[in-house]
Design a protein. Structure first.
Length: 171
């Protein structure tokens, strides 16, 4: 039996989904054109820079993202019971497909998706700093996905350190 609280949450989620669907898809028209990258440190190649970024990611950031981001941004989605409700099912499936298109955390760094590693780091940092991820509609039903201030700092500091290792390649 579905409780009144769960029913209210479903209707709230449907409302948020409908209202946010117009702006949620496609990064609001921002296109991605990956620029080739180089490592910024003398004598360091890009593979070594990626290795350093990934080591830091695995040690500090991945556990946070697994809890807060993997349901939409990886192949490890844990679907909640309400994902079988007809209108929500289609919305959730489309939202997850769109999220994975933008950034797929299924692999370690560099991530999959349509952005470059630098764009992914910038997007993660901006989303965490601005509080746009996890989105409100997800946080509504998944309180455990909320990021603490300490977790936000860990993620944004990792992104900053990582971005410092990468620079666009000049033609």
């Amino acid at each position: 039996m579905i409780s009144n609280r769960e029913k209210a949450s479903i209707f709230a989620l449907l409302g948020v989904a409908i209202l946010s669907s117009a702006n949620a898809l496609g990064h609001n028209g921002i296109s991605h054109s990956p620029t080739p990258l180089k490592a910024t440190m003398p004598g360091m190649n890009l593979d070594k820079a990626y290795g350093m970024i990934n080591s830091d990611y695995l040690a500090k950031v991945r556990p946070i993202l697994q809890r807060s981001c993997y349901d939409c941004h990886s192949g490890s989605t844990s679907f909640p019971w309400y994902a079988q409700v007809p209108l929500l099912k289609e919305y959730i499936a489309a939202d997850i497909a769109e999220a994975r298109k933008h950034i797929d955390l299924s692999s370690n760094f560099p991530f999959g998706g349509h952005g470059s590693p630098r764009e992914d780091l910038e997007a993660i940092s901006n989303s965490v700093r601005e509080g746009t991820m996890p989105p409100f509609s997800y946080r509504l039903m998944h309180r455990s996905a909320l990021l603490s201030d300490a977790e936000k700092n860990i993620i944004t500091e990792w992104a900053s350190r990582s971005l410092a290792l990468l620079r666009p390649e000049k033609n």
